[in-house]
Design a binder for this molecule. Sequence first.
Ligand SMILES: C[S@@+](CC[C@H](N)C(=O)[O-])C[C@H]1O[C@@H](n2cnc3c(N)ncnc32)[C@H](O)[C@@H]1O
Length: 249
Amino acid sequence: MSRQNIYDNDVFFQNFKSLREDEINFNDVIETPIILHMMPELTGKKVLDIGCGMGQHAKQYAGMGAASVLGIDISEKMLAFAEEHNSAENITYRRLAFEELEKIEDSFDVVTSSLAFDYVQDFAGLMKKIYGLLADGGRLVYSMSHPIATAYDGTYDRYTRTESGERLYANLRNYGEEGLRKIRWVVEGYELYHRKVSTLINDMIAAGFVIEECQESKLPPETIRQYPGKFGGVMHQPDFIFFRCRKQA
Ligand SMILES: C[S@@+](CC[C@H](N)C(=O)[O-])C[C@H]1O[C@@H](n2cnc3c(N)ncnc32)[C@H](O)[C@@H]1O
C-alpha cells in the first residue's frame, strides 16, 4: 500500500507552514468555519482527530470542552509543531498513519478529520475502521478536497482566464476516472486520490453510517472580491467537501 509522507519533506513542510500561518489562508477562512459549524456539542466528549497536522483543530476542540482529544498524524514535523504550539492537558498527539487505525484500542464520541482524507487509498476500508472506533450514536465529521478539485491531473490549466488573468471558468477533465493523481504542488510527484462524490457517499453508507449533513466550500462574494488572487476560483468551483454522519445506535 502506498503511504506518502510528504509533510516531512523540508521544502513541502516549510511551504505548507507558511501557507497555514498566513493570516488569510484557505484553512482558517474557508475550512474551519464550516467544520466547526457542523461539529456536534463537544462538551465532555472523546474526540479523535485523524491527520491532525499542526494541531490547530485539536486545540480548538479541547477549547470547546472536549474531555480528551487524540490527534494522530504520519508526519513527525507536523506533530512536533503541534506539541510545541497547540498542546493542552487533555490533548495527546500520537504518530500513527490512518492505515493503522486498528492499533487504537479505544472508542470515541466524535471522529474528525480536516483535509487529510485526500491521501487515503482505501476510502471504503477507512470508513469501516472509523465506524468501528465510534461509540453508538457517535459522529464522524470531516472535510477533504472536493472531487471536482481532486479530478485535476496536472495535464491542463485549472482555469480558463482572460488575457489579464481573471478566472473565467474552471476546467474539468476525467472526473469519472478514479484513483491516484500525481501532480506538481510545491514539489513534483505530490500524490492524492481522486474519487467521485457518489463513491464517498456509497462508501459511508456501506460502512453503516447515516449521512446527516453535506456542505461544499463557499465564501461571501465580498471576501472573494477582497482577495481575488487567492479566492477568485471559489465562485467557479468548491475546493472542499464536508460530511457529518452518525453511527446508528
Ligand atoms: C492538509 S494537512 C491538514 C492538517 C490539519 N488537519 C489541518 O486542518 O490543518 C494533511 C495532514 O494529513 C497528514 N497525513 C497524510 N497522510 C497521512 C497518513 N497516511 N496517515 C496519517 N496522517 C497523514 C499529513 O501529515 C498532514 O498533517
